[in-house]
Design a protein around this ligand. Structure first.
Ligand code: PDD
Length: 285
């Protein structure tokens, strides 16, 4: 497979990264994942904006503009023959001369762009619904950013895999009561029988899929409320939806010993979101 690294298209197995790249030594970097469908990159402008916001927050430079990132993606999609898959963007702060936690003011960031086929997902899950397991959220306090230090997420998702589940539903504890955060690589929203309930953005990723689906829900005159969602409330929810760029809107039918319906609200939102992706027209080029 071919990838783009700092201005060149190279083989993915060629030695491109220095031993002192700060992503290698410190996980000092950011990433994003965009869907590739019919050779288009739905909502790429939102993903790049999120990456740029975080670059600014962490004082990293963005090396390429939105239109440059999109044209590189088009080229990679063509050389790799991937029309449907995922686009991966990664920025690291740059390369040190020797390993040192302290970073200098001026760095040339390293930038990697990959267009690959969709990761292995059982396609039946969109019809049958996914099984999820709960898991403690052991991540740091900067989860509103898509940082590349994903070890707790990797452990969480492998725990789910070992339990034959698709994802985890992570939780943290406040005053002795557990509240839900998000998945290892996805967000959740719930239907409580009357309204859509979404865990508020409090140290969880501002998911692009979540924001699109909540807008669709509002446009369907569904009431949407963003608030703390306690784990002991989840049992009483009528429908549960898992959301992400690669999972889109996936029905959840089981969380630990709790069962849920693949109900009408999930069906409607899943189908409207599918239409939104399929009708995506690039606003840039
Ligand atoms: N993950 N929460 C986390 C922790 C995520 O890593 C992701 C996305 C989401 C959903 O965000 P979005 O709707 O913007 O894709 C929520 C990507 C797909 C990944 O890491 O591969």
């Amino acid at each position: 497979m071919k990838v783009f690294f700092n201005g060149k298209i190279v083989n993915s197995n060629s030695p491109i990264v220095s031993a002192f790249d700060r992503g290698m030594t410190f996980g000092d970097g950011l990433y994003d994942v965009v869907k590739v469908i019919n050779g288009k990159f739905p909502f790429i402008e939102d993903h790049v904006k999120r990456l740029e916001r975080s670059s600014k927050f962490f004082k990293m430079k963005s090396r390429y503009s939105l239109s440059e990132i999109e044209s590189i993606a088009l080229e990679l999609s063509s050389v790799n023959g991937v029309e449907d898959g995922e686009l991966f963007l990664e920025i690291t702060r740059g390369t040190d001369t020797i390993r040192d936690h302290i970073f200098e003011e001026e760095y040339d960031p390293n930038f990697l762009e990959v267009v690959q086929p969709l990761r292995k997902i059982d396609r039946n899950l969109w019809e049958t619904g996914a099984k999820i397991v709960t898991y403690p959220d052991m991540r740091h306090g900067l989860c509103e950013h898509k940082t590349i230090d994903l070890l707790p997420n990797v452990l969480a998702k492998n725990y789910a895999h070992s339990k034959d589940a698709y994802e985890v539903l992570m939780f943290r504890t406040q005053n002795g009561r557990k509240y839900v955060t998000e998945g290892g690589s996805s967000s959740y929203i719930f239907f409580d029988g009357e309204r859509i309930v979404a865990p508020k953005i409090d140290n969880i990723l501002p998911s692009i899929t979540r924001s699109k689906v909540l807008s669709i829900a509002k446009s369907m005159d569904l009431e949407v409320i963003e608030r703390r969602v306690w784990l002991d409330e989840v049992r009483h929810m009528k429908e549960v939806m898992l959301l992400s760029t690669v999972s889109k809107v996936m029905p959840v039918v089981k969380i630990d010993d709790m069962s849920f319906l693949f109900g009408e609200k999930t069906r409607k939102l899943a189908s409207a979101f599918e239409n939104l992706i399929l009708s995506y027209r690039a606003k840039i080029s």
